[in-house]
Design a protein around this ligand. Structure first.
Ligand code: AGP
Length: 609
């Protein structure tokens, strides 16, 4: 998720672009840049690092011009560097482009362009855009972008300027957001509303497949097929703070709701719909290397560790390989039995957790191959790993991890299916069924978010409780652990998760009249056992809130409250069943007046021991 801004009008563009990028830093900040058209001459200034680094560069090398585009990057392809920063340009230095999202078919486009003599300077997917536009440019930037659009696959938003057309911006949208800000004698574009608010509250929100030609006096919106579009003006009522949260009260709630898009973007380029095969070219592993692994060691902390626990069930089921999951803070001191035949999967949203980094280094010392699942491409974990399978969730601002967790899970399922394909441990039909289920996940996640009001009412009903238990079996147990962590870290309610079969070995002593127990009962193979565990706690007069599958009409006869999930493949349920638990934690904390995005004693990334 990156930030895009643009300006065209009578004022100097640079200060407006920089201020806009500052408002979008929450969308990404590993590098930044801008391009300005000054009387027919395009100049680009860009640098790795936070926006401050760009400000310093521009103070030393000022830029003049009234038409410009800017970008703050959250790397998905190509590590953070000056070369990979946006904007990118064509060979003739006449066209400059900034982009947000992923161009799924960039490798084949790059190959084709290089064949016809184009010279690439970066490792990014974005750089195919200015060269493709250059191929089609005959003096009309809008027409050139329109002719390129149908060749692009993936989720993206782009903004372009051309030297020969000062006073003009061209933008296009496919999935990633893009907005046109309507000024008086000037106009603006941005990825998100916060960048526009100091100039205008009147905007066009572009839809997928729409483009716009923006000058100081006019905004022309059309569909890719050329049909003009009459846009209605959206009047923004939010203040800047609310706008950075997309109108949500907290980043956590915004990020819970971003999960369908995060899942979509994490899937892009990794699943071939036609063949139902998973493709992870970014790993660069041969079939022989994949077949050679004899063990998998997952190393992580907190929520990432809980993702690893789901990963154990998933990878052992798909690969029939032993999978160990360790808290990084334990792993680093137990002299683990791993070696060259081990794949160490290091999971970290921030990529900077000190214990996880130490675990990575220990695994390397012992000869293991290191695969990182992280949300920050330029992070220490990403840089020190041998293999990188990034989540594409965009910056996660709230301390409580939500969209990073579900996209970590998605990456573990993709890794398991990919290895199972290569090792021949999964049949064609089962694999196709699971891949179809993964492709359907964003829609299922959207449907689960529709349970928000039901869950909110439950959270408000039980928010004054001091102890809440979460129980489950198998995959449900792993998700129950994450649900308990979410609740305790932001509402400060004492919440614990237990394997349901473990209750009678001690914890049942704490289950007395009125104690809320959240019971996850989505796994068919252990459903009967789970139902008897629910009856066990009901017999002690606990209040049971059950999370059940779409077709389960049995459990409701026994419990007090029901959260019914949408239809989803049982094996894929964790990416869906966690969402009501995230919402429960959020609304319980809200009802208790807690500081949800910044809970006491906690940091977003634990970079010190
Ligand atoms: C999760 O909600 C917490 N913020 C915390 O447990 C977090 O998951 C843990 O510190 C690991 O962080 P990482 O994924 O950035 O390594």
């Amino acid at each position: 998720m990156c930030g895009i801004v643009g300006y065209v009008g009578p004022k100097e563009a640079v200060p407006i672009l920089l201020a806009g990028l500052e408002r979008l830093e929450y969308r990404g900040y590993d590098s930044a840049g801008l391009a300005v058209n000054s009387r027919g001459r395009l100049t680009i200034k860009k640098t790795v690092g936070r926006l401050e680094a760009l400000r310093k560069l521009l103070a030393e090398e000022p830029l003049a011009g009234q038409t410009g585009i800017g970008h703050t990057r959250w790397a998905t392809h190509g590590r953070p560097s000056d070369r990979n920063a946006h904007p990118h340009r064509d060979c003739g230095q006449r066209i400059s482009v900034v982009h947000n999202g992923i161009i799924e078919n960039y490798l084949e486009l790059r190959e084709e362009l290089q064949q016809s003599g184009h010279v690439f300077l970066s490792e990014t997917d974005t750089e195919v855009l200015p060269h493709l536009i250059e191929e089609n440019y005959r003096g009309d930037l809008f027409a050139a972008v329109r002719s390129v659009f149908p060749r692009l696959r993936g989720a993206f938003a782009l903004a372009a300027i051309a030297a020969e057309e000062p006073g003009k911006l061209v933008v296009a949208r496919m999935t990633s957001p893009l907005i046109v800000g309507l000024g008086r004698g000037e106009n603006f574009i941005a990825s998100d509303i916060p960048a526009l608010l100091e100039h205008t509250r009147e905007v066009y929100i572009l839809e997928d497949g729409e483009m716009a030609e923006v000058t100081a006096e006019r905004v022309r919106v059309a569909r890719v097929d050329g049909r003009e579009v009459e846009k209605s003006v959206f009047h923004v009522k939010w203040d800047v703070a609310a706008a950075e949260k997309g109108g949500y009260e907290h980043f956590m709630l915004k990020e819970i709701h971003e999960q369908p898009r995060a899942l979509t973007e994490t899937l892009v380029g990794r699943v071939a719909r036609e063949t139902g095969r998973v493709t992870l070219p970014e790993l660069g592993l041969t079939g022989k290397e994949i077949a050679a692994f004899r063990k998998i060691a997952i190393i992580a902390c907190g929520t990432a560790y809980h993702a690893g626990l789901v990963g154990k069930y998933v990878l052992e089921r798909l690969l029939r390989l032993p999978v160990e999951v360790d808290l990084a803070s334990e792993f680093r001191y137990r002299d683990p039995l791993i070696g060259p035949e081990t794949l160490a999967v290091v999971i970290s949203q921030s990529g900077e957790t000190i214990d996880t980094l130490a675990g990575l280094r220990l695994a390397r010392e012992k000869g293991a191959r290191i695969l990182a699942i992280t949300n920050v491409i330029g992070s220490s974990v990403a840089r020190e790993a041998d293999l990188l399978l990034p989540t594409v969730a965009g910056p996660e601002i709230a301390v409580a991890s939500t969209k990073a967790y579900t996209t970590q899970l998605l990456n573990l399922y993709l890794l398991g299916l990919y290895f199972a394909q290569e090792r021949g441990t999964i049949g064609e039909e089962e694999r196709r069924e699971m891949v179809a289920g993964l492709l359907d996940l964003p829609r299922r996640a959207e449907a689960t978010l529709a349970l928000e009001e039901t869950v909110r009412a439950l959270a408000e009903e039980y928010h004054e409780k001091e102890d809440i238990f979460f129980i489950g079996r198998g995959l449900d147990y792993a998700v129950a652990l994450e649900g308990a962590l979410k609740l305790k870290e932001i509402s400060y309610i004492h919440a614990e998760a237990y394997a349901a079969g473990e209750l009678k070995h001690g914890t049942l002593a704490l289950v007395v009249k009125g104690v809320p127990v959240v019971a996850l009962a989505t796994q068919p193979a252990v459903y009967e056992k789970m139902l008897s565990n629910i009856k066990e706690v009901k017999a002690r007069e606990a209040t049971v809130i059950a999370v059940v599958s779409a077709d389960d009409h049995e459990t409701e006869k026994t419990v007090d409250r029901i959260i019914r999930l949408p239809e989803v493949h049982p094996f894929l349920t964790p990416m869906i069943s966690v969402i009501p638990l995230q919402l429960f934690a959020y609304y319980a904390a809200k009802a208790r007046g807690c500081d949800i995005d910044k809970p006491r004693n906690l940091a977003k990334s634990v970079t010190v021991e």
